[in-house]
Design a protein around this ligand. Structure first.
Ligand code: GDG
Length: 447
């Protein structure tokens, strides 16, 4: 059996190599374990301009070889900050108004993909199976084919795929999509993404087809972590600080796709329309800063600082602060304990590929006394989680009504909603996702 080659812009940090944290690293842990594997990508560091292709630095941890290269500051800016995060990210999250397009960034994006291909090809063996991840690397498969690579190559898009009517806002979108013909399998998160991507393929006359593979988490491990954390100082301090108030929790990277201003507006509408709950609830929003060097993210951060300050200024009393807002990250085990203590999770992205936070919240609950999940229709997780309280995050009153419903739910009502969610989260795990994708990618190879 050939090796599994994983390619993603960032590879797990040395710490994550031993202790996988996110969906991608958790999902691939089983796939890479017991199989000779190589994980290739950017090191996270920058280097001076150079003429020659870099040699990757190699690190072997538990049988997995991590091969990484540095990028120059110019490559990082054009490929990563500008084209990937300043253009493809908003486009794929249906926010064309936030896109910034420059031809030079598109060229740098292609240049870095071609560089990745040239460095990777030196590492390849004939029966390796290659799995490319996410929007940074759309053209990588074609760049590898151009170098004569005939191995199986699969691609998975972690973020949403918009319909062609939006996709075509990107100058050269058809060229980007045409490169997908190089892949033997194109995976996306949801059926809606499949329909959108296949529509673009058909309209552009591209002979590729997408399939849905919903990513998940490791629910057994996360449940264990949540229970283990309950008795730690941080979780105890949070619980004591609530003085018996209901805890509403939000956890998101500080990103405009996550709908944070809309969520705060919804919480404010809740305080105004349901005054009986004033002083009885605490909304804790954890929003670690992300992509802080992109101007749109800086503007969002300023907007949230102002909005939270204003809500607390207007609604707080001398012994109650309605919103607790923090932009520094919380350690993962502590986070698991916070989820378990939260009575309500408020997860309202405007668009999200999947949203693993919703699945982590469910996995962390006590099945005999579970909390309530309020989830946006526009999370990729929503079609799998129809028993959550689903909301349209653009309507603050709908968020307010959902919060009131969650506040009033009896234990039986909470259990009735929770049980099917729990079944789904335990069924559609990260390892099932990786296994199903790789099975489809390798189909026919073993015959
Ligand atoms: C992309 C897609 C898709 C958050 N705050 C802290 C923290 N987190 C962790 C959460 C969760 C992860 O970050 C976020 O995952 P999501 O799936 O919710 O969102 P993205 O980061 O946008 O991920 C998304 C995903 O890829 C996988 O395909 O689901 O749609 O956008 O695991 O727990 N972790 C720690 N401290 C924090 O403060 N330790």
């Amino acid at each position: 059996m050939g090796r599994l080659i994983i390619v993603s812009n960032r590879v797990p940090s040395p710490r994550e190599r031993l202790q996988p944290a996110g969906g991608l690293t958790v999902g691939l842990r089983d796939a890479v374990r017991g199989n000779e594997s190589l994980w290739f990508g950017w090191s996270g560091a920058t280097t001076d301009e150079r003429d020659d292709d870099p040699l990757p630095s190699l690190d072997v941890v538990e049988g997995v070889t991590y091969a990484t290269i540095d990028l120059t500051a110019r490559q990082l800016e054009g490929f990563y900050q500008n084209f990937s995060n300043g253009l493809l990210w908003p486009l794929c999250h249906y926010r064309v108004g936030l896109m910034t397009y420059r031809r030079s960034d598109w060229e740098t994006y292609l240049e870095v993909n071609a560089l990745f291909a040239r460095v990777l090809v030196e590492q390849l063996q004939p029966d390796d199976v290659i799995w490319v991840h996410d929007y940074h690397l759309f053209p990588l498969g074609q760049a590898l084919r151009d170098l004569g690579v005939t191995n199986r190559i699969g691609f998975f898009l972690h973020i949403p795929c918009p319909p062609w009517s939006l996709m075509r806002s990107l100058p050269g979108a058809d060229l980007l999509l045409r490169d997908m013909e190089a892949y033997d399998l194109v995976g996306v998160q949801t059926q809606e993404d499949v329909e959108n991507m296949n529509q673009s393929f058909s309209l552009c006359g591209i002979a590729a087809r997408a399939q849905a593979f919903a990513i998940g988490i490791d629910p057994i491990e996360f449940h264990r972590q949540a229970i283990a954390s309950a008795d730690t100082p941080a979780v105890r301090r949070l619980v004591e600080s609530l003085h018996g108030r209901t805890l509403i929790l939000g956890v998101d990277r500080l990103d405009y796709s996550k709908g944070l201003p809309e969520r705060f507006a919804g919480f404010e509408a809740f305080l105004e329309r349901f005054p009986q709950y004033r002083g009885k609830v605490t909304f804790l929003q954890i929003a670690p800063v992300s992509r802080g060097d992109v101007p749109e993210y800086q503007a969002l951060r300023r907007q949230l600082d102002e909005q939270v300050g204003r809500i607390n200024g207007v609604h707080a009393s001398y012994d109650w602060t309605p919103v607790r807002y923090m932009t520094s990250p919380v350690p993962r085990d502590t986070l698991a304990g916070f989820y378990r203590e939260a009575d309500i999770a408020l997860i309202t992205p405007l668009r999200d590929g999947m949203n693993l936070v919703a699945k982590e919240y469910v996995a962390a609950q006590d099945p005999d006394d579970p909390g309530m999940l309020i989830l946006s229709h526009f999370a990729g997780a929503a079609p799998e989680m129809m028993d959550a309280v689903l909301v349209n995050p653009f309507d603050p009153d709908e968020i307010a009504d959902a919060l009131a419903l969650a506040m009033e739910a009896t234990r039986d009502e909470r259990i009735a909603r929770f049980t099917p969610l729990d079944v789904e989260v335990r069924r559609s795990t990260a390892s099932v996702w990786a296994r199903d994708f790789l099975k489809a990618l390798k189909a026919g190879l073993d015959d």
